[in-house]
Structure formats: structure tokens, C-alpha cells
Design a protein around this ligand. Sequence first.
Ligand code: SF4
Length: 185
Amino acid sequence: MEISRRDFLKVGGAAAGSLLLPVGAAAAASAATFPLRKRVGEAASVCPYCSVGCGVIVATDAQGHIINTEGDPDNIHNRGALDPKSVSITEFGNDPKRLKTVLYRAPNSDKWEVKSWDWATAEIAKRVKATRDATFKEKEGDVTVNRTEAIAWVGGAANNNEDCYLAAKFARALGIVYLEHQARI
Ligand code: SF4
């Protein structure tokens, strides 16, 4: 596309005019384009981006869209501080492609099925029990070991101290000996 000298001056003049808009007019134009959305909900969450696991307060509007994130002052990991990466939680959280349900692909199937969280929790419990029952060893020679070597447990660095304490107690009670944590690997 060719732009004549006259077109160029017209565009330049319009741009200069818009720069000289009074502040009130600019604010009104901005409000029309980006209307303020009322916060209707706030939830405490965890930044998903790195192993620090900073606490985030996520605000949503009436449609359930994330409209603001800020550091959670009550979270012991970050005490209200957040780094710039966490700002993209808004974009990531509102992305229509974001998975919000459990997807399950059965053995030998070529399809993903949508399942509920309750189904997934019960299924995991069922499989852990079946594996433990099938592999539990009480003795190794004369020595009592009470363990299964068929299950491993890995904790995430975003788990807090109390989460890890409970997870370790639970895993030991099942007889799991391959117990690790992301922060140690
Ligand atoms: S805010 Fe930054 S440091 Fe904290 S978890 Fe997210 S990416 Fe990691």
C-alpha cells in the first residue's frame, strides 16, 4: 500500500491530536474500552510456575474470570511478595484451553474420558491398595520389614512443611520405602 505525503500528514496529525487529549477524556475512553469489573470472589491459591510455591490471592468477576492476582500476606512462603512471572496467572487461568477436569485414558484405549475428581481419587486409592496387597512383604529372611517396593511417592516443592509431614506419615504407614521430595532430587 502506498502512502502519499498528504496521507502521512493526516495520520500524523490524528496521532498528535490523540496525544493532546485531556486526561479526563483519555480516562473516559479507557473506561469505555476496559470497563471496570466487579470482584465477586477471592480465593487463596498457589502460583504454579516454580518450586517456591508462592501463595496468591486470586480475584474473579461474576463470570468466573480471573481479574486480579496479588501475593498472599498470610502465606509463609512469600509473605505477600510475588515476582513478575506470577502476573501471567491471569492469562493462563482464563485460557479456554486450560484443563479443568480429570482426563482418563483407559489401557489400550485411544480416547480420553472426562472424569470427576471423586472418581480419580477413588481410583487412585483402589490401585494403591491393590498394588500394596499384591506386593507387601512382612519378612525378608528372618527380618521383619513390613514394606512394599512396588510404589514410590514423590512430594512437590510447593507442599508446605505440614503437607510433607502428613504425606511422609501416610506413605510410611503404607510401607512405602521409596519416598522422596522434589527439593532433594
Ligand atoms: S511468584 Fe515467582 S517465585 Fe513465587 S512461585 Fe511463582 S514463579 Fe516462583
